[in-house]
Design a protein around this ligand. Sequence first.
Ligand code: PLP
Length: 409
Amino acid sequence: MSDVIYLDNNATTMVAPEVVEAMLPFFGDMYGNASSMHSFGGQVGKYIAAAREQVAALLGAHPEEIIFTSCGTESDNTAIQSALLAQPDKKHIVTTRVEHPAVLNTVQYLEKRGYKATYLGVDAKGRLDLDELRAAIRKDTALVSVMYANNETGNMYPIPEIAAIAAERGVLFHTDAVQAVGKTPFSLADMPVNYLALSGHKLNAPKGVGVLYARKGTPVRPLLKGGHQERGRRAGTENSPYIVGLGKACELAGKYMNEERTRVRVLRDRLENGLLERISDCIVNGDTENRLPNTSSIAFKYVEGEAILLLLDEHGICASSGSACTSGSLEPSHVLRAMGVPFTFAHGSIRFSLSRYTTDGQIDAVLRVMPSIIARLREISPFAAHARQMEQAGKDACEGCGNARICGQ
Ligand code: PLP
């Protein structure tokens, strides 16, 4: 698999060799428990403290505001639960239609238990209307939760402004920054964010470690009941190898981000513009003015994303589609649906997500193979014929077509 062209970095990233090296001693001689009284364990605690400082430095936070967790999902869940449990008289949450399931499914779960939620819509480019946000905040709003950057389109939301709106109204604010950390610089010193979630495996640390940032004075109610680790805010013996790895990954992100994000942006734009030039009937999903530098979501009309992925895979190219392939249906993702991307396009959406390890040669390879993949699929796919037929009848591909086999409805 060494020749693999990995353009799926919003799904997960390679663990950086420097991170592996930093972690190795903690799988070997340094296996002590950081909470032990003896110095053998205590020395591990010092490395965890150093990792906490490395994470805090990347975020512009204080080390004591950093809580190590098992993943981004746990951090999001803890933030949302903490805001609600700490304010039992407030039963309302404001969030958006384009959040990751780590937030959306948590809020939907809470709705079934008596909480109320407002889901802010987005426009065709996936942008929020901040007046709609202002109007959505009520007296009983416990939390506003808006992601920093969207995993599918790469859209970045104006978090400093949104956090300020929540703060003015005295409402706690959470941001899922899982896709943003390490890809775009920001400082929590400059914005009144209460909770922020990040995930190790999106920034070249391993899977199974994350962080919840909780601003000083912001309530935290641990999800797991147990020991007093993380100052009583997250029970469970610290995952010292992964925490040390995450610290190193944050240090590397801080070191490389400015230089690399420009290089990655240039590669991403070359890929995107190259595809738009070579292939007819395709559009870019999202807000090209405010996007992560590594992400490009492109919708290819008349084709199925899954079919594109399979053919790319034959060339060793890894990307993602904009469909959730659940129970045999190929529904476009909730993000593309919220943006109102026509089905004929949304069905064929592909997300390419680059990293600091992406090379010019890899972009050339994608530009070489994509035009023939799309041309072939447009020729042979039953969906293409069907979508064209529906279009001639003045309809979007799935608009009441009743053709479950092709459209998945
Ligand atoms: N939030 C966003 C925006 C994500 O992209 C992801 C992962 O895909 C998560 C949360 C969940 O992170 P984890 O896989 O660490 O639980």
